[in-house]
Design a protein around this ligand. Sequence first.
Ligand SMILES: CC(C)=CCC/C(C)=C/CC/C(C)=C/CC/C(C)=C/CC/C(C)=C/CC/C(C)=C/CC/C(C)=C/COP(=O)(O)OP(=O)(O)O
Ligand SMILES: O=P(O)(O)OC[C@@H](O)CO
Ligand SMILES: [Mg+2]
Length: 230
Amino acid sequence: MDYLQWRHVFKIDPAKEISDEDLERVCESGTDVILVGGTDGVTLDNVLDILVRVRRFSVPIALEISNLESVTPGYDYYFIPSVLNSRDTKWVKDLHHQAIKEFGDIMVWEELVAEGYCVLNPDCKVAQVTGAETDLSEDDVIAYARMAEKYFKLPIFYMEYSGTYGEAALVASVKDVLEETKLFYGGGITSAEQAAEMAKAADTVVVGNIIYEDLQAALKTVEAVKSVML
Ligand SMILES: CC(C)=CCC/C(C)=C/CC/C(C)=C/CC/C(C)=C/CC/C(C)=C/CC/C(C)=C/CC/C(C)=C/COP(=O)(O)OP(=O)(O)O
Ligand SMILES: O=P(O)(O)OC[C@@H](O)CO
Ligand SMILES: [Mg+2]
């Protein structure tokens, strides 16, 4: 259950190249976890490759499942997204039903962590793949957050702006209504200042693409997030 305390997450996309040296700096950065996930190009080979390379370090590692073919044992946690604002039930519960039908007998349920995603950037890959309805008012987003917490009892509500920096005021409004469910924010963080701003609004801040674009800037987000007390 230590994911309930995470403040900073580095998301590694297994479909993207990263050198051993850069990966070591990410793993030794003081981040709380390496979350491995991406919308496309995720294969058993690249998921295993990252697992083996990250396991040399003491940081926890979690797999965010995007397809069933790439799931392998050995991760500390398996994060399972359900895109609550998808128009297609496939991404909300159908793939999940298929997975549980196939593997239900052998699943280690304690390792599975369900995430209620609300995708808010219409141009990102995950919005396009899942057919997410991103034209949402503040009331709509708050209703999804409450649905995640009060109705489905999900441990995590994830405001996903993948690729673009989101609205801190909206993130703060959602945080105000959540009592137990943890609020994850991810998307477009490129500086320590942005990371600190979102760390004031969300329980957990996820930093992804900037790892591949400007590693120095990415590393600075760890301290920026950790220095904010909620
Ligand atoms: C061996 C073992 C341990 C067995 C475990 C048993 C098992 C199989 C458990 C699975 C249980 C289960 C219920 C699985 C669900 C399966 C499934 C496929 C669900 C669908 C998940 C889903 C909605 C995926 C959609 C895509 C998504 C939300 C991905 C999250 C990652 C993300 C948004 C990354 C952003 O990066 P990207 O979009 O790639 O951005 P770039 O443009 O920067 O690349
Ligand atoms: O890659 P970025 O834009 O930092 O987003 C992080 C994460 O929320 C993606 O799922
Ligand atoms: Mg990707």
